[in-house]
Design a protein. Structure first.
Length: 145
């Protein structure tokens, strides 16, 4: 059985490094704003083992005019657990949290290979792709409440 619960930024690193920063130093797993009081981290656990993470930052993007915005970052599920619905579970938990916090809009920078995953959950691509050095091609995606 899987359970999603709030965790610390530090607890996200093991999954972030394995999935998002493979082969890079653990320091690259720290994101600006990770330790802010307005940032919330979630872990997906199976039998007490963390298998996925997502972080929610109360951050506005200048691309949107909505007053209350949240950014999803560091969404990752360990490779052995991918394509089993766990990503949707994590995303839903993050969304529910944002809507409860009165978000008008959720946005993020999605990796090129994850765009179709997010589209299935109702997110829309905004604009053209862009490159994040040492990480890859991304697209801005969003969903309004």
């Amino acid at each position: 059985m899987q359970v999603v619960k709030k965790i610390t930024a530090l607890e996200t690193y093991i999954v972030r490094q394995e999935v998002l920063r493979k082969g890079k130093p653990i320091e690259t797993c720290h994101f600006n704003g990770d330790d802010a009081t307005t940032t919330t981290h979630f872990g997906l656990f199976e039998n007490e083992n963390i298998i996925g993470v997502v972080s929610v930052f109360k951050t506005n993007s200048l691309l949107f005019s909505e007053k209350t915005q949240f950014q999803i970052r560091g969404m990752a599920v360990l490779e052995n657990f991918q394509s089993k619905g766990y990503g949707e579970q994590l995303l839903k938990a993050a969304e529910n949290f944002c809507w409860q916090e009165k978000a008008h809009l959720i946005w993020f920078n999605a990796r090129e290979k994850a765009v179709s995953f997010y589209k299935k959950s109702g997110y829309t691509v905004l604009g053209d792709s862009f490159n994040i050095p040492d990480v890859g091609i991304h697209f801005v995606m969003f969903k309004k409440n």
